[in-house]
Design a protein. Structure first.
Length: 188
């Protein structure tokens, strides 16, 4: 069995829902509300193990999932569009695609604004000044506004790994040491 198959199925389902949600929000001038909803739901998913269990576990019935997401949407004061989307996902037993749905919606919103996201991995947390300078440098290269999605990986030792779209720039010390090690193996 192809391991990537379940992920691609989830992304395909999420893409179809995201397309519909995005179009509805855009027609109703609700893109700002949609962006707020995405941020709120992403934060809730990151912080709540119970919510992740609810959307991913088959032990909850449709009614239990629908009731829980309805209460959650009301408590979080989500837009009517997102509230209806969550209810439909629960009814169709597709809440498990919520993380992918949020990811696809974020990408669509960024595209609408003419922005691109750069995934940046550094050995230590970047300062605000470093992030701004990197964003400006990438904007000059890409030609679009760049949002930085920064993460920290101490195993890099130093330097950065920057991914923008299909391009990757790896200036980490770890990769340079690895390249040096490979060169030494070839010589000796």
């Amino acid at each position: 069995m192809d391991v990537s198959e379940p992920a691609s199925i989830s992304t395909g389902i999420a893409s179809r829902y995201a397309s519909a949600v995005f179009d509805i929000a855009k027609e109703g001038n609700g893109l700002a509300a949609l962006e707020s909803d995405i941020d709120a739901l992403a934060a809730a998913l990151d912080s709540s193990e119970d919510l992740r269990a609810l959307i991913g576990s088959p032990i909850y019935s449709r009614d239990q999932q629908a009731g829980a997401v309805s209460a959650l949407a009301k408590k979080m004061e989500l837009s009517e569009t997102m509230n209806s989307t969550l209810a439909l996902l629960a009814q169709k037993r597709r809440l498990f695609v919520l993380p992918q749905l949020l990811e696809v919606l974020r990408a669509r919103l960024a595209e609408e604004k003419g922005e691109v996201t750069a995934d940046v991995v550094s050995a230590k947390a970047l300062t605000k000044g470093q992030t701004d300078k990197l964003s400006q440098t990438l904007k000059a290269k890409v030609g679009k506004d760049v949002n930085i999605n920064a993460t920290v990986d101490a195993s890099l030792i130093g330097g950065l790994i920057v991914k923008v779209g299909s391009k990757m720039i790896d200036t980490s010390i770890r990769s340079k040491l690895s390249a040096l090690q490979n060169t030494m193996k070839e010589v000796g």
